[in-house]
Design a protein around this ligand. Sequence first.
Ligand SMILES: Cc1ncc(COP(=O)(O)O)c(C=O)c1O
Length: 400
Amino acid sequence: MTDLLSKFDPLIEQRQALLDRGVTDPFNLTMERVESPTVAICNGRRTILLGTYNYMGMTFDPDVIEAGKKALDEFGSGTTGSRVLNGTYQGHRECEAALREFYAMDHAMVFSTGYQANLGIISTLAGKDDYIILDIDSHASIYDGCALGNAQIVPFRHNDLDALEKRLKRVPEGAGKLVVLEGVYSMLGDIAPLKDMIRIAKENGAMVLVDEAHSMGFIGKNGRGVAEAQGVIDDVDFIIGTFSKSVGTVGGFCVSNHPKFEILRLVCRPYVFTASLPPSVVATAATSIRKLMHGSEKRAHLWENSKTLHAGLKKLGFMLGTEEPQSAIIAVIMPNLETGAAMWEALLHEGLYVNLARPPATPQGMTLLRCSLCALHSSQQVEEILGMFEAAGRAVGCIS
Ligand SMILES: Cc1ncc(COP(=O)(O)O)c(C=O)c1O
C-alpha cells in the first residue's frame, strides 16, 4: 500500500523541527474566551486581538446578537436543505435584499461561505474553453474556482497593468474572458489599481469579477470596497464578498447588475449542492450589513488606527508590506519562518495575537506577521500594541 500521506513528510518534518525548538504551535491556538471584538483569553491570559478579520467589530453588536437569537428561536438551528429546495427561508431573502441595498445592485446571491462564492461563481462563469486572467497573488478560493470550472488559467504579475494587458491580448480571438481581481490583497494589505485594470479588461472585451472580501464595510464612501473608492464600481460585472470579515459572521455572496444573473442559482454547483446558512446566521448578517451602511464614523476611526499602527511600526524599524497604509491590514515582514515564529510567540507572551502567515498563503515565499485592525481598537490599545511590538522585537532581535 502506498501511504498517500507521505507526500506531506517534508511539511511534517518542518513543523516538528519548529516545535522541537520549544516554540508554541502558532497554528493551534485556542481562544478560551472571547470578551469583545478586540480582546480574548488565550493560554489563560488577556490578549489583544490583532489578527482577526473583524474589521468593523460587529461580532458583539447588540442588535446583531439579538437578531440571531430571535431567528434561532423562531426558525430553529438549521435549514437542513439546499437553497434550491427547502433551504431558502425569509431570512435568506432579507439578507439578499440587504446586500442589494448595500451595494445598490440588482442581484445578490448568498452562499454558505466566501470560499464557496468564489468557487461557485468563477467555475460557473468560465468553463473549459474560456480564459481566466487573474492576479498571481489571488486567494486560494479563486484558484480553486478556476480549477473546478476547468477554464484556461492565465496568471499575471501582481498588480501589473502591462502584464494584464499583454496576457489579455494573447487570448485567442472569440474566446470568453474573465478578469479576476481583488480589492485588497490580504497578505500584504495592498490594494489593486482597479480603475486602470478594469479599463484594460473592458478595452479587451473581458468581463470583470472583483473579490472585495477585505474591503467591504471599510473602504469606499459607503463601504462598498476599492471599486467604489476608485469610482469604477459600475464597471464591475460581479463583486464577491464574505460575511466572515467586516460583517462578523459566516457566509459569502455575489452581487451583480447582470440581467441574466438569477439563472446562476440553478447552475452553480457550490450553491445548489450544499445546505444553506442557518437562519440565525443570515439574520445576524442582514442586521450587520444594514448597520454597516451607517458606519462612516467607525470607518474614519479604523483609518486612524491603520495610520497610527503603520507609522509606529515603521518608526520602530520593522519592514512593512506597504510603504503607506492602504487597508486595515498591516503586514510585518519577517526574515524567515524561525524568526517569525519566535516573534509571534514573544508577542503572544506580551498579550498580543497576530497572524503568522507563511507560504503557500503568502507571496514570494515570505513569512509575515499579519496585523489586522478593528474599528473598535481604541487609540490606547493601538499604543499598547506598539509597545508590545517594541518589547518583542528587541527580545527576538528583529529591531535594535
Ligand atoms: C480574498 C478572499 N476571498 C475569499 C475568502 C473566503 O472567505 P470565507 O472565509 O467566507 O470562506 C477569503 C478568506 O480569507 C479571502 O481572503
